[in-house]
Design a protein. Structure first.
Lengths: 86, 115
């Protein structure tokens, strides 16, 4: 990912190469989707963690609810990321 | 007796706090980059180059990269101390993680400031 970032800022040719890969290569799209999905799930799970650090949603009922909400947010954002990438 | 010498800040409480502070930096940076990419769908090289020529974007990106290194170190340290019981393999795993994070950081600085 850092390599793609480096290449995209290196020159116009480098930027084109990255843009071309991300719009034409199935493998590059799959890798991008995997990375973005993992980031987004970690993102929502992290927010849940911070909310619980603040003392909220620590009861069985609310805890289960926020855990489910995190999973739903993860799945929905993964699907949206897929639509965005393809 | 002090037996914890490989953790990030030599103190669980300090690591705990750093983990949360870096999490917030990464949270804000993720929102920033995603928002930028989603609102600039026909991104050109000039726009992209201009974005990373702004000092505040470079500072913010470096802050995110430093946070990523610390956050990943504390996270993987926690996982490895929980699941890799023998000292040798655990230490090797931590050395590899540390080397990877240090390399990413230095490489990132080079990309950002084009040294």
């Amino acid at each position: 990912m850092l390599y793609a970032f480096d290449l995209s800022l290196d020159s116009q040719q480098g930027f084109n190469a990255v843009a071309d890969m991300l719009s034409n290569s199935f493998f590059a799209k799959l890798v991008a989707w995997g990375l973005v999905s993992a980031l987004l799930y970690h993102f929502f799970a992290g927010i849940k963690h911070l909310i619980m650090d603040c003392g909220y949603c620590e009861e069985l009922e609310s805890g289960t609810l926020i855990a489910k909400a995190t999973l739903v947010a993860g799945v929905v954002s993964t699907l949206l990321a897929g639509i965005w990438i393809w | 007796m002090v037996t914890t010498i490989t953790s990030f800040g030599r103190s669980g409480l300090y690591d705990w706090m750093i983990q949360r502070a870096t999490a917030v930096v990464l949270l804000v940076y993720t929102v920033f980059i995603l928002f930028y990419l989603l609102t600039n769908s026909g991104l050109t090289y000039e726009q992209w180059k201009d974005l990373f020529s702004l000092t505040w974007v470079r500072v913010f990106t470096l802050m995110a990269l430093l946070s990523l290194g610390a956050h990943a170190w504390i996270g993987l340290w926690s996982v490895s101390t929980d699941y890799i019981k023998p000292t040798g393999p655990r230490f090797l795993f931590q050395v590899i993680c540390g080397a990877a994070m240090f390399s990413y950081l230095v490489w990132g600085v080079q990309v950002l400031w084009g040294l």
